[in-house]
Design a protein around this ligand. Structure first.
Ligand code: GDP
Length: 306
């Protein structure tokens, strides 16, 4: 996903390495190239401004002028600032003191929530947890079935709107209420002693008030330990606006970047943590349930600057 950005930054640093001591003009030229590379990669403007400002300030300081290898020191600064933009430290999942831990997934339709539910369940199962999935996406008729398929693949149970709703061509009951389903799902998880409940919620194609209200109502009914906002990294600049709308409308505690395997420019996804102030916890990198990683800001920065 970050191939072009990565290439541009690498060639900027290659130029820099041909120089010994760095003049202010060298640093300004480098900062300009970094700025251009970030903007071309769709990194949000305020993030670019903050990032390049910090790099310029540090690059002009004694930290660089007194370094044995000034160019190398600039690369180190860029790396550190990139880690900081991506959220700094790796943030682990917040587990409830009194299980079950409730994790609510929110995001637009097609963002990758349902797939992520299965990936996260499989990942947590591998760590010895006993997750259950709750199908509170009642917007699309086949969303429940899709979650059941994902649950079956991950080998975890799925709580669905009504008893016996296990068949592929099952029809949702008229007027099934996603808030009630979510609440019952958490109650069922507690009764059956599952230690993690992952609630899949509905998305729409665009941001709309009713969607936000429904997600907020589900949040209030389930009192989640984590609300994870799932964002399709392929949607470019819209990622930042969408993230901000969900932050205002529902609130979230962490971000999941999905479709990082795509060939989009990726900069918008890089901006989400910085713009919302919420950490990225996981990355989704393909359609298979194992295409999933815990997000480490330092490793991601390393990959981009490699
Ligand atoms: P939801 O509407 O948010 O629940 O999104 P889905 O989980 O149904 O995903 C929408 C589409 O994106 C499906 O076709 C998924 O197979 C696909 N998808 C989900 N995550 C990824 C990913 O990380 N990479 C790729 N390439 N496709 C993904």
């Amino acid at each position: 996903m970050f191939a072009t950005l990565s290439d541009r930054l690498t060639s900027t640093f290659k130029n820099l390495r041909t120089k010994g001591r760095l003049s202010e003009a060298d640093i300004d030229a480098t900062v300009r190239e970094i700025r251009r590379a970030l903007l071309d990669a769709d990194v949000a403007v305020p993030v670019v401004r903050q990032f390049t400002g910090a790099i310029r300030e540090r690059a002009l300081s004694a930290e660089v002028s007194q370094a044995l290898n000034p160019a190398q020191q600039v690369v180190k600064i860029v790396n550190e600032e990139l880690v900081s933009i991506l959220g700094g430290q790796t943030r682990t999942l917040n587990l409830a003191k009194n299980p079950p831990t409730v994790i609510l997934l929110a995001g637009l339709q097609g963002a990758g929530k349902t797939t992520l539910a299965g990936k996260l369940a499989l990942h947590l199962k591998g760590q010895g947890h006993t997750p259950i999935l709750v199908a509170a996406d009642l917007q699309r008729p086949n969303a429940v079935t899709q979650l059941q398929v994902v649950g079956e693949r991950a080998g975890v149970p799925v709580f669905a709107p009504h008893p016996g709703n296990q068949g592929a061509d099952d029809v949702l009951p008229q007027g099934a209420d996603p808030v009630a389903v979510a609440r019952q799902g958490v109650e069922t998880a507690t009764a059956r002693q599952h230690d993690v409940v992952i609630v899949d919620t509905a998305g729409r194609l665009g941001i709309d008030a009713e969607l936000m209200r429904q997600a907020a109502d589900i949040r209030d009914a389930t009192n989640p330990d984590e609300v994870l906002f799932v964002i399709d990294a392929m949607i470019g600049q819209d990622a930042v606006t969408t993230a901000q709308a969900f932050l205002d409308g529902v609130g979230f505690t962490g971000v999941v970047l999905s479709k990082l395997d795509g060939d989009a420019r990726g900069g918008a996804a890089l901006s989400v943590a910085s713009v919302t102030g919420r950490p990225i916890l996981y990355a989704s990198t393909g359609e298979k349930l194992t295409d999933f990683e815990v997000f480490h800001p330092d490793r991601m920065a390393g990959r981009i600057l490699d």
